[in-house]
Design a binder for this molecule. Sequence first.
Ligand SMILES: [Zn+2]
Ligand SMILES: [Zn+2]
Ligand SMILES: [Zn+2]
Length: 204
Amino acid sequence: MSVAYKLQSNDIEVFYEKTSSSFLISKTVCSACESLWAHRINQCIFCGTRNYFIWICKECKNHVSLTSSSTETCSECGAKNSYLKSCFNDNCISNKDEELVNIIKDIENSKLGSFDKASPFKISQNFCIECANETNVIKSKELIVKDIELEKEFSFSDYSKLILDYDYVIVYSLDTSKFFLFSKENNEVNFLDDINVDIFFRIN
Ligand SMILES: [Zn+2]
Ligand SMILES: [Zn+2]
Ligand SMILES: [Zn+2]
């Protein structure tokens, strides 16, 4: 179901409730500023800088994306095998302290840098990237999706009754690829070409 994929790609967890064909969606956010809290984001254990998923040339600091096809030769300075998944912060001790640099390099799991795949020098997000607050909360909403072409006997008033049981009712038309979205706050019918998933976890 396309709505579920869209939600999942926006870091929203989606749980399908079979008996009622509804969804429970949840998102972890900062308890202070409500910005997204993604456990899959890694931070440097030494300085807290987030993992930008890049290769950094240890000779010239040139950086290229992790998906870059060739990292054997630096495209900037021509150094061989100089790209590391190191911390983006030049002043981080993992880049500055020579002893530490060597320790990181000598450990099999971090030989390609402190953000190497199994590196012990990265941790999952433990403070908010936006405001540095250290606690998070899980917000959840219930929603139900109805295919308008399959529910011909349903009328708009039925949908607005459904909203009493759910936070959101999404009415989808496969024929026109349009959505109607009902919410408790907003009972006017909005015709949408696409779903802006931000609305589900708007600060209230
Ligand atoms: Zn660092
Ligand atoms: Zn280089
Ligand atoms: Zn925050």
